[in-house]
Write a protein that binds this ligand. Sequence first.
Ligand code: DX5
Ligand code: ZN
Length: 228
Amino acid sequence: MAGPHLQISPSILSADFANLERELARIADADWAHVDVMDNHFVPNLTLGQPVVEALARVSPVPLDAHLMIEDPDRWAPGYAEAGARSVTFHVEAAADPVATARSIRAAGARAAFALKPGTRFEPYEELLDEVDMVLVMTVEPGFGGQAFMADQMPKVRAVREAVRRRGGEIWIQVDGGVSQDTIGQCVEAGADVFVAGSAVYGAEDVPARIGRLRELAAQACGGRPAG
Ligand code: DX5
Ligand code: ZN
């Protein structure tokens, strides 16, 4: 049986915002470029919006993975798919109608995903698995890069993996926040397969080598996890 498809999605939140094209070129070996959209309402920080995502999509060597930390994703999420993001993740805490939001993202041509803050339980959203391609389990409070990894979120990753296994289908599980050489192994063991890393990647002297190292550690940890 083939193992899970382990993917690295470096977060450009830790990149040099004055040189984003060059910063994207440094992660050409990754699977995705993770783009954190913050509106200063859902989280106490402000980053970038749709016009910048559109510009990034034109020059990125890898597909964009947009993480929307914004209010009213029902209204704004499909615009990020139209702007060229190949995956669009919205927070369930902010969505009035998550089913409709997921469907509108897919209708606009992107993979759809929902995200859970550390304090949000997965169980009430299990049925939403029918509507998405990925679930993002946050391993920090959303808003800022460089925070400490919350190992207490691993049971949630396990619960999502268990639900995906039970229901069948191919849904990826992403972890975001504090993912590094020290913490990626436990994420793999819990069942995650897409790893967002901001400071761990852009803080490295040799960015491609760090991406390679994270891949290697993830693959190693994969040996210690049950198949499926
Ligand atoms: C936090 C963002 C993350 C952030 C992760 O709200 O969603 O994507 O960039 O940064 P690190 O990997 O440094 O924790
Ligand atoms: Zn993120």
